[in-house]
Design a protein around this ligand. Sequence first.
Ligand code: SAJ
Length: 433
Amino acid sequence: MRGEAQPTVSVIGLGYIGLPTAAVIARAGMQVCGVDVAQTVVETINRGEIHIEEVDLDGLVRGVVQRGLLSAATEVAPADVFVIAVPTPFAKDGQHTPDISYVLAAARSVARVLKPGDTVILESTSPVGTTEAMRDLIAAERPDLKMPGLTEAIADVSIAYCPERVLPGRILEELTNNDRSIGGITPRCARKALAFYKRFVRGACVTTDARSAEMTKLVENAYRDVNIAFANELSMVADAMGLDVWEVIRLANRHPRVNILSPGPGVGGHCIAVDPWFIVHGAPDETPLIRTARGVNDAKIHHTIARAAALVAANPGVPVACLGLAFKANIDDFRESPARLVAATLARRYGDRIRVVEPYAAKLPIEFTDTGATLVDIDDALETCGVLIVLVDHDLFRSVPLAERAGKAVYDSRGIWPDQPAQAEPEAQRKAG
Ligand code: SAJ
């Protein structure tokens, strides 16, 4: 491979995964064309700017665009390697059925420009079998090309599944340093994809088949969901028993083989609350645990609303600060966020008593319109609010010293203030818990 000319690359889908991936590949010296259906996204990137927030991404994109290594377009053009990073949401049937239509649409657009020797890699989190479905679609569109797994001869193109594993807020670092699973439709496809990832990934790249790689990605997020569900269930048990769940977890985690995760107001984001359903959908009768974990994490959102509402009701007339809207700490992503749901529910119930603090928001999301709730900064909230409801563990909130919280009624759903004195629990609150 060394000494060979760098391949040209097309990255289809320029969202939270596609754009950083395109930029990192360009930084490694490859010529990259990013493709997105949104004209505004394409124009933004071609100006060297970005449309999403991610640590250090702005400087990286500006640099590779200025050096002429990254450009964006709305149509797929010929390239040597195609990386597909488009969304795989649920279908609108209310059954948590995976919708792979964006993947198939991207594969169709790639099929039009595919030539012998090319490699097509799917990165989107996908139900098991999607890479083969993509291969079948390309085979139907391009009968002139010999496809891997469908021919005895050496295939004309390589097709592989290589999931990303990056954590929002640490994407650039994790894109380069995390290990990767690389699943080929055939071993030859896997080797071809491996050679590509070796050009910009420092972590170990482990080859396997496409179906195992698809399942691996789903398993990683389901594993985390099940473990968070355990922590969330414990928090509800602790509330029922009048125990401090954080103290219990701290003590239990001193056992050398116990590592309980942190309870929160529920599980948010676009991966952990979604991907387990892709496994359930694939094997509905074999997945009671994964399904139940989803149910527990969703139930925790309603438990949080009930506890928060009981505290608000127990302090009539007192202004209330909801701390955080993001789906997790120190990011600006408010989509699929339990914190946002809890705060909006309180805003609808208690109107202008609710003050929201979210350092990453310029204004309140749409559902707060006409509720009377306002967006304030942390100083304002600490000065004016007698009730504090912690929904996100942003560093800004963690750093509030006890002196500034003393005398306030607090519900800390994230356990960020272990020094907060326990309060006599009002009757209404105990019942809600
Ligand atoms: N959460 C808890 N308690 C915990 C840990 C997390 O309540 O102890 C909550 C968070 O507050 C958040 C949700 O879970 O609402 C998910 O947050 P996260 O930080 O666990 O994960 P994501 O969704 O940001 O990213 C996950 C990661 N997967 C795993 O850690 C197995 C990431 O590596 C994946 O690349 C990403 O999903 C993805 O794209 O699939």
